[in-house]
Design a protein around this ligand. Sequence first.
Ligand code: FMN
Length: 215
Amino acid sequence: MHVLIINGSPRVKQYSNTDKILEKFTAGLSETGCTFEQYEVSDRKQWDSIRAAFDRNENILIALPLYVECIPGLLMEFLETLTPKNDDSKMSFILQSGFAEGIQLRCGEEYLEMLAERLGCKYVGTLVKGDNFSIRMFEGKQQERLTLRYKEMGVEFGKEGNFLSEKCRAFTGPEVFSAPMRIFIGIMFKTVVKNGFKNTALKWGCTKPLDYRPY
Ligand SMILES: Cc1cc2nc3c(=O)[nH]c(=O)nc-3n(C[C@H](O)[C@H](O)[C@H](O)COP(=O)(O)O)c2cc1C
């Protein structure tokens, strides 16, 4: 199977978490003997090539981050330039986000199912997972610890040609955290995370407090 992969993040490849996820996913995919070609929507110079690849490929996978509970505006702008297909092409998605609970990605997942149909393709599932905020903050082994889990899903996709298996569904993790976990995360955000942001702001030369509201 040959797969067209489109990274739908507006972040340039170098800084895109989606790209780091795809690095591992495609490593797994290649292990099963599949081939792929990958493009980035963030690079407008590639848009003509992506449109041509969309027209000639039968297996299309769009990987995208959740931006403000929905799909990134730049990706939407690109998708509106596509001519819907009318053949047996299959379309699947990798939908990833910062916050970890699966439930916040489900609305986006439903939208993607409709999108595949509107683009004239057969919908073959979405791989849904959050907890990816920090990928781009790490390098080497630390980053690999966060992205390696996608390699197994690349193998699964290579074998099945879709994300419809129970294994893919389970990959999402918890739909909602337990009450103690939510309290714990709330405390962490108000202390450790807040301090982290404060220190970063200081390093960047910010002289005002982060909650500064002059107006
Ligand atoms: C403008 C913006 C909006 C975001 N909105 C959400 C959101 O609604 N829910 C969420 O869980 N993560 C959100 N995130 C986090 C991203 O989904 C997450 O960091 C993702 O891994 C980014 O992938 P990328 O680097 O390939 O763009 C947002 C990030 C940005 C920059």
